[in-house]
Design a protein around this ligand. Structure first.
Ligand code: FEO
Length: 400
């Protein structure tokens, strides 16, 4: 059995599964620490299941659901979000509990048909602000479009002040026995939370900031997201982190990402990193884009204010793996960064041209005036130019 079941409050259960089998989230983002899919069960006068889990984990999930329900029927299935990591078990639930009423908004209903080809037999459409009374507990629904999908919504249980936040306030990482925030060391998970946000939600940061404003207006005692832990001791901690992520509030430091074939661009990156360190910047992270997955570079870039991109020229263009990184940055609408560029070429250039285009069109950047483009390998004047670029970026990222 894979599912962990824990009583959060009276008549409210956490029912989560850990997924350490899947290598790539959405078949592209690495999951070395796994991921958790969380579902919640309310057993008030009415019973309600809030979201489900990925279909690959259905067996243990159903066993836990049956144990928690006992002889009772399932009255409601509340659908906050239709991405299959949460909606995968809907059809199975409806087959096993044919009397269940599906509670969702109009967009989610259309998606059920589009994705799974079925219409729920019993359906309750809810709009922003609608409520669902379950007995002592009442859910109020709040739409949070594009965080993470158009149909996404959260619900707020008014009697106990519990927010069921779907993807919002989630993070990567399977839960290692911990279910609540007070049972874990957040520093251990921090990178995986930021990586989840920047990779999965980052593009929709404007909408996320808007959703967070709505959520912040609520008096929240407990946050129950569909990934990561339940926040019962210090929900403000994850709210503050998410407000920072959504507004791309970053800190002093520089990420250097480079693409290199035979080491000339790598040498430039190392020289640059040294000069930046000499300028007093203590957080300098250097990544080879052929080795480190874009997922991690994006996450580190989300953290630090400085970003320097270097590329060798390849077929008169930017290096292909650097191109993938540029695409990822553009897709995620980077802003609030100081940006520097450098590169190398053997005969005709090309990399700098594309990096320059990215600097002007790829995001909201403060672009460093010094651009270093080396033919072959560095000479003394190139080294001095790198020193100048290091001074410029250090000046731009230093916190007062
Ligand atoms: Fe965890 Fe957008 O699904």
């Amino acid at each position: 059995m894979n599912t962990v079941s824990v009583e959060i409050l009276e008549d409210l259960y956490y029912m989560g599964v850990n997924d350490r089998d899947t290598n790539l989230f959405e078949n592209m983002w690495p999951l070395p620490e796994g991921v958790a899919y969380n579902s919640y069960l309310i057993t008030d006068e009415k019973t309600a299941l809030l979201d489900t889990v990925k279909i690959t984990k259905v067996d243990g999930f159903l066993e836990t659901l049956r144990n928690n329900l006992g002889e009772r029927d399932l009255d409601y299935l509340v659908v906050h979000h239709m991405e299959p990591d949460h909606s995968g078990c809907f059809k199975t639930i409806m087959d096993i509990y044919p009397n269940v009423t599906v509670v969702a908004n109009k967009k989610a209903r259309a998606m059920m048909n589009d994705f799974f080809g079925f219409e729920p037999k019993n359906f309750l459409e809810v709009k922003d602000g609608d409520t669902l009374e379950l007995g002592k507990k009442t859910l109020t629904f709040v739409n949070t479009p594009m965080v993470h999908w158009p149909e996404s919504m959260v619900s707020y249980e008014t009697s106990e002040k519990v927010l069921f936040s779907q993807d919002i306030f989630g993070g990567f990482g399977a839960l290692n026995g911990t279910v609540f925030d007070d049972e874990m060391n957040f520093e251990f998970f921090e990178d995986e939370f930021r990586r989840y946000y920047s990779n999965i939600v980052g593009k929709y940061s404007k909408q996320a900031a808007r959703a967070l404003e709505k959520v912040k207006a609520l008096d929240i005692k407990v946050i129950c997201p569909v990934h990561g832990v339940v926040w019962r001791k210090n929900p403000q901690r994850i709210i503050d982190e998410y407000v920072k992520y959504a507004n791309q509030v970053n800190e002093e430091g520089v990420v250097i990402a480079y693409g290199t074939m035979y080491g000339n661009t790598e040498k430039m990156a190392d020289q640059l990193a040294r000069f930046i360190a000499e300028e007093g910047i203590k957080n300098v992270r250097v990544f080879d884009v052929s080795k480190t997955n874009v997922s991690y570079i994006l996450s580190e870039a989300w953290k630090y204010k400085g970003l320097i991109l270097g590329s060798c020229t390849y077929n008169n263009d930017v290096y292909p793996t650097m191109n993938q990184l540029l695409y990822t940055f553009e897709m995620n609408k980077m802003k609030n960064h100081a940006l520097g560029i450098f590169g190398s070429h053997g005969w005709s250039g090309g990399a700098i041209k594309e990096l320059t285009r990215f600097a002007s069109e790829g995001g909201d950047f403060q672009v460093m005036p010094t651009v270093v483009d080396v033919k072959g390998t560095m000479e003394d004047n190139d080294i001095e130019s790198l020193r100048q670029l290091a001074k410029e970026i250090a000046e731009a990222v230093k916190e007062a």
